[in-house]
Design a protein around this ligand. Structure first.
Ligand code: AMP
Ligand code: MG
Length: 439
């Protein structure tokens, strides 16, 4: 038996980062930038106003107050996206809208609030008339007031993002601001997903009494998609050499990774293991984790490419948890990501958790909720590795080390967060939904 950390390390040592491709900007969300991006211009490109108001010469407003306003002649108007062609000479002002470049001669913006402009109440037409006349300024303006300087966000020639950056919404926004319509990113891995077992039936097919629907392909396919890969469902292979070999060959076409489920535990027909071994390299491990003990890992070789293979256990919970611990990291590494650690929180156990006489880490499905700045963990019900509904309301997995036999309520435990949606709320909504449906 090997530890989860060691199994992961062995798997990752066979995972290479995929090659870059060019993508339209929005499609690059969540992917890793494969080039340094610099800006060819200043952002903002010109000094501009951060307020609607009047562009003035600050010295013209000296001494202005509500009691003795300074009166300036309005010589024009400028909106965002336009340049005022004239100049603000002493005694004049230009009506200006947020984002508009500061006219020549002006060195401060007086907001409407500090003038007699009835900016909120007046209909547009009167405002226009007003613009042709005079404006009273009620307050002294400091030089530079309400002006955003050219280049204050990004300087021309500046590298805004370096290769290796994961593109979140903010990075996508910054790339757009420098005019980058297409970006070079590490491409998404295509992950072939194959289910094995004579007992399995495809969705949409009639189900004989002794058969079950293939859920692993969908739970694992969904995880592949969630973490950024492109799942390619190969369907079900019967437990025969021919069926498996054919499916594996089909799967290798265009795939960057293959994930199989079932057929790797001790009681399984050797045919599954043999077929996998015959087509590539494979090792069978027992990872010290509950659920999900048996695990296979290997590589197929195709056209000079090495295609890693992760053989997940068949039990629905085991296959999901094993994917969360191993498949996800492998996928993220392929995508060029370097941080695949998940947030671990210290949470207070709400009930007893027993892991007696088991040399494995217990990853129990739990719901973590936050109350008054502390985290609380409660189990989602029966923890059998076949009870897939126990995954439904879970947002985390407990990490109970082998040396701990029993966790008593009130004790602190580590929880690996699978996501951050509010467990309690989500769980109860889920339950309400189920109850409503069964009524
Ligand atoms: P195995 O690893 O083949 O011994 O399978 C372990 C358990 O997982 C058995 O109860 C299988 O029926 C179940 N199982 C295997 N593959 C799937 C699948 N694709 N969907 C749902 N259950 C499965
Ligand atoms: Mg089986």
């Amino acid at each position: 038996m090997i530890s989860v950390a060691e199994a992961l390390e062995r798997i990752l040592s066979y995972i290479d980062v995929l090659e870059p491709e060019e993508k339209p900007l929005l499609e690059a969300l969540g992917l890793v930038l494969a080039e340094d991006v610099t800006s060819a211009f200043d952002i903002p490109p010109l000094d501009n106003t951060s307020m609607d108001g009047y562009a003035v010469r600050a010295e013209d407003t000296r001494g202005a107050s509500p009691e003795s306003p300074v009166e300036l002649r309005v010589v024009g108007e400028v909106a965002a996206g336009y340049v005022f062609e004239g100049e603000v000479i002493p005694g004049t002002a230009v009506r200006i809208m947020t984002g508009a470049p500061v006219p020549a001669g002006a060195d401060a913006i007086v907001p409407f609030e500090e003038t007699d402009e009835p900016f909120e109440k007046a209909p547009v037409r009167t405002r226009r008339l007003k613009a042709a006349a005079m404006v009273e300024v009620f307050k002294e303006a400091q030089p530079g007031a309400n002006i955003r300087r050219a280049g204050e966000d990004v300087r021309r020639g500046q590298t805004v993002l370096r290769r290796g950056t994961v593109l979140r919404s903010s990075e996508v926004g910054v790339l757009a601001s420098v005019g980058k319509a297409r970006v070079k990113v590490i491409r998404r891995p295509v992950v072939a997903v194959l289910s094995t077992g004579d007992e399995l039936v495809e969705l949409g097919q009639p189900r004989p009494a002794a058969k079950i629907y293939d859920s692993n392909a969908y739970s694992v396919g969904a995880l592949v998609r969630r973490y950024g890969g492109i799942p390619k469902l190969l369907g079900i292979a019967k437990d025969t050499m021919e069926a498996l070999t054919a499916k594996i060959h089909e799967g290798l076409e265009g795939a960057d990774m293959i994930i199989t489920s079932a057929g790797v535990s001790r009681g399984d027909y050797d045919v599954v293991k043999e077929a996998l071994a015959r087509e590539g390299e494979i090792a069978f491990w027992t990872a010290a984790m509950k659920p999900g003990k048996p695990l296979a890992f290997g590589c197929f070789y195709r056209d000079g490419r090495r295609i890693p293979h992760i053989g997940l256990p068949g039990n629905p919970v085991s296959s999901m948890v094993s994917f969360e611990l191993f498949g996800r990291s492998a996928l993220l590494k392929m995508m060029g990501k370097t941080d695949w650690h998940r947030p671990l929180v210290r949470a207070i156990a709400q009930e007893q958790i027993v892991n007696r006489n088991d040399p494995r880490v217990f990853y129990a499905r739990c719901i973590v909720t936050e109350r008054d700045g502390r985290y609380y963990a409660s189990l989602t019900g029966p923890q059998g590795s076949g009870i897939l509904t126990s995954m439904v309301s879970a947002n985390g997995l407990t990490v109970i080390p082998p040396e701990v036999d029993v966790v008593e309520p009130g004790e602190e435990i580590d929880v690996l967060m699978l996501d951050w949606s509010q467990g309690e709320e989500w769980g109860s909504r889920q339950r309400e939904g189920m109850e409503a449906e069964s009524r």
